[in-house]
Ligand binder design. Structure first.
Ligand SMILES: NC(=O)c1ccc[n+]([C@@H]2O[C@H](COP(=O)([O-])OP(=O)(O)OC[C@H]3O[C@@H](n4cnc5c(N)ncnc54)[C@H](O)[C@@H]3O)[C@@H](O)[C@H]2O)c1
Length: 351
């Protein structure tokens, strides 16, 4: 059977971790690459044995042999590339954030609906064994009705320093857009994707402005950085649930890498991810009891697993494993944080 042909656009860091997924898929294979940096593209082609390389992504969109476009460019280029690919009849896997504004995601949804092709956001945290195991428990009713969540993704001196992340013209935003999308997408997914109705938040740049500010990943924080390093928010949902969210690249905090955690509190139980503990009470015996999920099925690395599952969804005729509608709600919350910072007030999302 003919395999689906995949073309990657933007052959930088994240594209590299998608490749084992395309290699592992029984339905798809890497066929081509495109990048604005010709030197990087040539080196990538040589490293991966790919000689179909082009500076012009339109060449890939026009090629009937290409089935899937895998968008791995900085975030501000996701929407125009995805829309052009969908209009050309390609299926699109797009790195997070799907796009840095709700309006762009709405335009992508319109292009998807017109084309009838699949559009998936690469939210790889959904594809780890611990995430899948906890999601299955929650869906089986372990927590009952979730009415409150606390989640964060905090780092100490660990900001990406490349222009694609710290200049708004390329990234569309800072820590919210880079890592806020990860923890927020996962939290909403565990909560059953309720619709957000209001956001009160702050977003600011504090430590990056200090003389000598540094990142363990990239040395000095460039002076030109014009995006936020920190955000915190309180979110209300249409089902009455609430969420407290914290995100930072540079906080004075006790862990050097990612401190990414989520507590969910429901009518029948609470949980802590990724420790994957579930907390419950027996009101007849007045006992508390905890259990830890032990069995997490063997998976490929999450970035690879998401590619495998996207190819499978294309073969199955859908649905998209991470629908754009869910990414739209994530971005409406992050956009609400920015607007709340500007106005100093809670922003209604349901008016
Ligand atoms: N899922 C994750 O864990 C994760 C991690 C890192 C990055 N990302 C996402 O992946 C995307 C890329 O990040 P990265 O770390 O790979 O960045 P990167 O800087 O390593 O690579 C980006 C590549 O895109 C190329 N590029 C820039 N503009 C382009 C354009 N208009 N057309 C074609 N190519 C273009 C650059 O030359 C570079 O080779 C971002 O959207 C980021 O949010 C996701």
């Amino acid at each position: 059977m003919r395999k689906l042909k995949v073309a990657v656009i933007g052959v930088g860091g994240i594209a590299t971790v998608h490749l084992p997924g395309w290699a592992a898929s029984e339905h798809a294979e890497l066929a081509a690459g495109s990048d604005v940096d010709q030197q990087a593209l040539a080196a990538w082609g040589e490293e991966n044995g790919i000689d179909y390389l082009t500076a012009d992504p339109a060449e890939l969109f026009d090629d009937p042999e290409i089935d899937i476009i895998d968008i791995c460019t900085p975030s501000n280029y996701h929407a125009p590339l995805a829309i052009a690919a969908l209009e050309a009849g390609k299926h699109v896997l797009c790195e997070k954030p799907l796009a840095p504004t709700p309006a762009e995601i709405e335009a992508m949804i319109r292009a998807r609906d017109k084309s009838g092709k699949l559009l998936m956001t690469a939210q790889h945290h959904r594809y780890s064994g611990v995430s899948k195991a906890m999601k299955a428990e929650i869906d089986a009713g372990a927590l009952g009705q979730v009415y409150h969540a606390r989640s964060w993704m905090l780092r100490r001196a660990a900001a990406p320093t490349r222009p694609g992340f710290i200049l708004k013209e390329h990234s569309g935003g800072g820590a919210c857009i880079d890592i806020g999308v990860h923890i927020l997408d996962l939290t909403l997914w565990f909560m059953g994707n309720p619709t957000p109705t209001a956001v009160s938040g702050v977003s600011r740049t504090e430590l990056a402005k200090k003389e000598g500010a540094f990142s363990i990943w990239g040395g000095a924080i460039p002076k030109e950085m014009d995006v936020e390093e920190f955000a915190a928010a309180f979110v209300r949902f249409d089902n009455g649930a609430t969420l407290m969210l914290e995100v930072s690249w540079l906080l004075h905090h006790d862990t050097p890498g990612d401190d990414m955690r989520m507590w969910l509190y429901g009518s029948e139980g609470g949980c802590l991810w990724p420790k994957n503990e579930i907390y419950q009470s027996n009101y007849q015996t007045q006992q508390h009891y905890n259990r830890t999920l032990q069995r997490t099925p063997d998976l490929l690395p999450p970035h690879a697993q998401e590619c495998v599952e996207f190819a499978q969804a294309v073969v199955d005729g859908g649905p998209s494993p991470v629908p754009a509608e869910q990414s739209l709600q994530v971005m409406r919350i992050l956009d609400g944080i920015y607007r709340s910072q500007e106005s100093g007030r809670e922003i209604r999302l349901d008016e």
